[in-house]
Design a protein around this ligand. Structure first.
Ligand code: KIV
Length: 275
């Protein structure tokens, strides 16, 4: 039997209905971040059904310390590149800090830019009850919204650092209420970042929309990682990251070999030259 996401859906983009169908049939799936045409192509061909142009671009593309400084104008070209590099993956654009918190109208304006100018199929925003009006406005306008709860990096200053969220009865209760409110408002999926595994399991059991874990244990419907962390390009990673490759090692070695061959006059060889 063909699975909905890994195996099925080959000749068109993955939709929110496909993701819901996969969740209904207990088929797990993966989401990766992507920020450019070339890696998006690789991930699309690898069958990853959802690519997130995360505001983590602030860190891994632009070199900022936090996600707070990155702007819509900085993310838009990345979204365009990822959309051009993919045929099948759903592309989700992350709404950066300051681009949706002011009002539902501001959220709609930002989402419209990511969809009209960037070509994204969905947007993601961080927060629970406080962004409920924004989620409702987007959903009413036909914009698929991915919610994001737990360690929401745009609130790092309010949290006092990058720490596990939802610990303790009261915080866990608040997170469950936020999750239910987001689903009720029409979010099609929800990222749960750095929360206790037991809490992520409870939220996943209580929601019918897919939960996408990152540092949230094994019981979410899907999992996401920042690709540079997953592939070994980031110098430091959190405990929840698994490194599936050593891209920094491979790239570094390729750059060293290229440099050495140029210095030694070994590159270009006759087969690389035109006559
Ligand atoms: O910006 C990002 O990469 C994210 C994921 C970690 C979920 O929000």
């Amino acid at each position: 039997m063909l699975e909905t996401l890994y195996g099925g859906v080959q000749n068109r983009r993955v939709t929110i209905r496909d993701l819901q169908r996969a969740t209904d049939t207990h088929e797990r799936w993966a989401m990766l971040t992507a920020y450019d045409y070339s890696t998006a192509r690789v991930f699309d061909e690898a069958g990853v059904p959802v690519l997130l142009v995360g505001d983590s671009a602030a860190n891994v593309i632009y070199g900022y310390d936090t996600t707070l400084p990155v702007t819509v104008d900085e993310l838009l070209p990345l979204v365009r590149g990822v959309v051009r590099g993919t045929k099948r993956a759903m592309v989700v654009a992350d709404m950066p800090f300051g681009s949706y918190q002011s009002s539902p109208a501001q959220a709609l304006e930002t989402a419209a830019r990511f969809m009209k100018e960037g070509g994204a199929q969905a947007v993601k925003l961080e927060g629970g009850h406080r962004v409920l009006p924004q989620v409702e406005a987007l959903v009413n306008a036909g914009v698929p919204v991915m919610a994001h709860l737990g360690l929401t990096p745009q609130s790092v200053n309010a949290f006092g650092g990058y720490r596990v969220q939802g610990r303790g009865e009261e915080a866990a209760h608040r997170l469950v209420q936020d999750a239910k409110a987001m689903q009720q408002a029409g979010a099609f999926a929800m990222v749960l970042e750095v929360v206790p595994s037991e809490l992520a399991r409870e939220v996943s059991a209580q929601l019918h929309i897919p939960t996408i874990g990152i540092g949230a244990g094994p019981d979410c419907d899907a999992q996401v990682l920042v690709w540079q962390d997953m592939a070994g390009l980031s110098p430091r990673t959190a405990k929840f990251v698994k490194r599936y490759a050593d891209v920094a090692g491979v790239l570094g070695q390729a750059a060293r070999s290229f440099g050495q061959e140029v210095v030694a006059g070994q590159f270009p060889a006759p087969e690389h030259a035109y006559h």
